[in-house]
Ligand binder design. Structure first.
Ligand SMILES: Nc1ncnc2c1ncn2[C@@H]1O[C@H](COP(=O)(O)OP(=O)(O)OP(=O)(O)O)[C@@H](O)[C@H]1O
Ligand SMILES: O=P(O)(O)OC[C@H]1O[C@](O)(CO)[C@@H](O)[C@@H]1O
Ligand SMILES: [Mg+2]
Length: 830
């Protein structure tokens, strides 16, 4: 294929205006019901109150975790909680579907897919007569506070129900179907919604409960398809769910290195068949043995005509004569175990929903509890429903740009990243009109899933602008030994989905190898920018090299760190690459351990997690696996606390739940080791329960990267490269240098991080103050806020404090931060 032809393959995206998407009114009516962020909520504070919870629409993984949190938080606050079975239909059918929940009614369900209380699509509820019957049954049972878990339809129905409530009750009173007392006691309906749907199609929340697990299913399926596609050199057209929303297809496309995606919000150009075939052909020429095309079930062309997977297959097989198969994933996507993310999301949103409901007063508007930038938030239901409807309207009017904006910032950024990645091509002929730098990448620390995704993304983008990327194998040790080789476009194909470290990594930081030694090697290979992917050592190495710039000119280059460690202890980022995969691995193991306890009975398991001094894994696993307790370094505990836990476990053994799960971080306490604790539990629990310790070790560093780690890896790699080139170009321009630019600037030594879903760069020098170097920890760790929840949901006493942001100035700042479109330069770099 000639250069001209390859150039033609670039399908130019229409230049888009970078607009700031409105914040969906989210958080604006944040404080109408009087919840205050950080204000302690006491046990039994709402004694005597009643609430009901139901699940409706298509089920989704995480609904059970949400219901569990609602029931337990409700009971903790002193409320009566009714489980309303079979959604709206159950409400219509009668009181036999309302079951008073106990603590144990929701035991053992935290990781189960689906919904144990049943879900339904009810056509009767769409009619006023159906809603009248539902209102009657609720009022008779004294339930006028509801947590509604479902998709956009469910919440639209809830909105209508709330609006009509008064007139429904008036009618019931008039017809003598309610007594005066029933009427008076239930005059107002309070509603809080949680979006439970795999589709992620509800405006105002970044993620809906279930979407992440569905993505897990899709990626598992694509990974499996890839092996057979590779063997037969086939093309697979994979159809995924999502109804009219393309989120699942988009996120799956990114995570699987798909050749092409079709989504409803971004229809292809009219002659897309030509472009598709050219792209697939081009990838084959570049050495790919297979192609993956993802079709969202709602995909359509610019005129709104459906694009079916069968049609896509026909185009590919007839035009390219490639053996092509269609796989329609179907309901598999809605099944299977709940991912760690969805379990934690369900727990956070469920608990906040109860609190919001209890704080509601008679005239409170209905809310949805969503998540925005990793922060639970209140979204006015009416506005959110309106906005969600507007997406459908925009698509019906062919206003696709508007539809994308309405979907929200997270959707928009994913789409931008996908488009960017899919348009990249190796720059075959390097013209000399611009600088083409030699960059290097290494991985230090311990292995973490997703590292290879960072490197692929970095290399592909570098190659597309004619830069050379050198791979330093085995970290600084490898550099000293000269283990350096060029990474080409082709060499990183398929890396996104591979766990472990393909470059090889070592723990040894820069200082230990010797600065002179490193400088000599950087000079030898003419390295003009260095990306270090890894854990705390990656951060400290960037700092060490930067501090040595006065002594070594070779270090006066952009030095960037991408945090990648299962411990999640790198300052400058809320999440490190690899911690989501580790969490899912550990949670899966805990599920199995709990199953074993179910069989052996009266057994307490202590699971020791990695993480160094950082209690992130132990805490989040504690929440996601429904543990009784989680011991971490950051929250000191005494022998009395452990003895109190023994007492709690002895009590628990008297109930039908004859098992216990304790999670202990490896460095939680120097003296109270896992061995010690197992012995203590065995001795103190004698005659009531037996205790076993499981140190799960290096399994935690393995595993196939989760969609979250893959996609964050792509974004981090992408941003790191863009930043590096920006720094190099700027310095080259300013200094008119032809040799490696001389950088002493603190802003050329950066950690790439994510905060409130925004990718940010922070100078390592600015992070020094924020770091506890002795224990290798950031001084502020966002997830510590979730600690009381682990205790409350495990039936311990704790003081819960709302995570929802309620102070006006915080909200304004948050919205500004969140919607700010960072690095404009980056967008125009290519
Ligand atoms: N406009 C509406 N008016 C009254 N009730 C509605 C309305 N839309 C939906 N509902 C009720 O909510 C139920 C669930 O809605 P729907 O089938 O659209 O699923 P969903 O909640 O959007 O979930 P998902 O899309 O994830 O399957 C419907 O069966 C119906 O009972
Ligand atoms: O389970 P059902 O009723 O066939 O509905 C399938 C639809 O439900 C969802 O799984 C969830 O809304 C959609 O992605 C899909 O279009
Ligand atoms: Mg829906």
């Amino acid at each position: 294929m000639s250069q001209k032809e390859t150039n033609n393959l670039k399908t130019e995206e229409p230049k888009r205006e970078r607009t700031t998407s409105a914040p969906c009114g989210r958080l604006k009516s944040h404080n109408v019901n009087g919840v205050q962020e950080g204000k302690p909520v006491a046990k039994d504070q709402f004694s005597g109150r009643t609430l009901g919870v139901f699940t409706s629409g298509g089920d989704s993984q995480g609904m059970n975790a949400t219901v569990r949190a609602i029931v337990r938080m409700g009971i903790y606050l002193g409320c009566k909680v009714y489980l309303i079975h079979e959604g709206y239909q159950g409400m219509i059918d009668g009181e036999q579907n309302f079951k008073l929940a106990t603590w144990t009614s929701v035991s053992g369900i935290v990781g189960l897919g689906g919904t144990v209380i049943g879900s339904a699509r009810s056509s009767e509820f769409r009619e006023r007569s159906g809603r009248l019957r539902a209102a009657k049954n609720l009022a008779k049972a004294g339930i006028n506070s509801l947590v509604c878990i479902g998709g956009d339809g469910t919440l639209t129905g809830a909105d209508l129900f709330k609006k009509e409530w008064k007139s429904l009750l008036d009618e019931l009173l008039e017809k003598n179907e309610l007594t005066n007392e029933e009427f008076e006691n239930n005059k107002f309906l309070n509603i809080v919604g949680i979006v439970g749907s795999i589709d992620n199609d509800f405006c105002g929340t970044d993620m809906t409960v279930g979407t992440n697990s569905a993505l897990h299913r899709i990626i598992e399926a694509i990974d499996a398809i890839v092996t057979t596609a590779f063997s037969h050199q086939r093309c697979f057209v994979m159809e995924v769910m999502g109804r009219h929303c393309g989120y699942l297809a988009l996120a799956a496309g990114l995570a699987s290195e798909a050749d092409w995606i079709f989504i409803p919000e971004h229809p292809p150009e009219p002659n897309w068949e030509d472009h598709l075939c050219k792209r697939l052909q081009y990838h084959r020429i570049a050495g790919h043995r297979l192609n993956i095309v993802i079709v969202a079930e709602g995909a359509c062309d610019l005129e709104g005509n459906p694009i079916t997977s069968e049609y896509v297959k026909k185009v590919i097989s007839t035009r390219l004569k490639i053996d092509t198969r269609v796989t329609i994933l179907g309901h598999v996507q809605r099944g299977g175990a709940t991912s760690a993310y969805d379990r934690v999301l369900g727990a956070r949103l469920g608990s906040e929903a109860v609190l919001a409901l209890m704080m509601s007063h008679d005239e409170s508007p209905p809310f949805v509890i969503g998540i925005s930038g990793n922060q639970p938030c209140y979204i006015p239901l009416v506005e959110a429903v309106e906005r969600t409807k507007n997406v459908a309207k925009a698509m019906a009017n062919f206003e696709f740009r508007k539809a994308i904006e309405l979907r929200g910032a997270s959707f928009e950024r994913n789409l931008e990243t996908y488009i960017k990645m899919s348009k990249l091509q190796p720059k075959l002929l390097v013209d000399d009109s611009s600088r083409h730098y030699t960059l290097a990448v290494m991985n230090i620390g311990a292995p973490a899933a997703g590292v290879n995704s960072v490197i692929r993304s970095f290399v592909r983008q570098a190659a597309s602008i004619g830069c050379t990327v050198l791979a330093i194998q085995d970290g600084f040790e490898g550099l000293a030994a000269g283990l350096v080789k060029e990474l080409e476009w082709k060499s990183v194909y398929g890396w996104t989905g591979i766990g472990g470290s393909l470059l090889g990594c070592q723990r040894i930081d820069a200082k230990k190898i010797g600065f002179g030694n490193i400088a000599a090697k950087l000079k030898k290979y003419n390295i003009e920018g260095l990306l270090i992917v890894g854990g705390f050592e990656a951060f400290s190495s960037v700092l060490q090299l930067s501090e040595q710039r006065e002594n070594f000119r070779e270090f006066c280059i952009p030095l960037l760190c991408v945090p990648a460690t299962i411990s999640n202890n790198v300052p400058g980022s809320d999440f490190s690459i690899g911690c989501d995969t580790a969490l899912n691995e550990i949670v899966t193991i805990c599920d199995k351990i709990k199953q074993s306890a179910l069989g052996s009975k009266r057994r307490v398991f202590l699971v020791e997690t990695m993480g160094g001094y950082c209690g992130y894994l132990a805490s989040v696993v504690g929440l996601a696996s429904g543990a009784d307790q989680s011991y971490i370094f950051e929250e000191p505990f005494t022998i009395n606390d452990i003895i109190e836990d023994v007492r709690h476990l002895k009590e628990k053994m008297k109930s039908e739940l004859k098992r216990g799960l304790l999670i202990r971080n490896e460095m939680a306490n120097k003296h109270y080791t896992s061995d010690f604790m197992q012995n203590l539990m065995s001795e103190e629990g004698k005659g009531v329960f037996s205790a076993r310790a499981n140190i799960i070790g290096h399994m935690q560093q393995g595993g196939v990267p989760t969609p979250f780690d893959r996609n964050l890896g792509i974004k981090f790699g992408n941003k790191a490269l863009v930043k590096m080139i920006e720094l190099l170009n700027k310095t080259a321009r300013e200094n008119k240098l032809t040799e490696p630019p001389y950088m002493l600037n603190k802003d050329s030594s950066l950690v790439v991080g994510i905060r409130r879903s925004q990718i940010q760069f922070t100078s390592v020098f600015d992070l020094v103050e924020q770091t506890d170097f002795e224990h290798r920890l950031p001084k502020h760790q966002w997830w510590l806020n979730m600690r009381p929840l682990i205790r409350i949901l495990g039936k311990h006493e704790a003081v819960y404090k709302s995570e929802v942001m309620t102070k006006d100035e915080d909200v304004e700042e948050f919205i500004e931060d969140r919607d700010e479109k960072e690095d404009e330069d980056a967008a125009t770099l290519y």
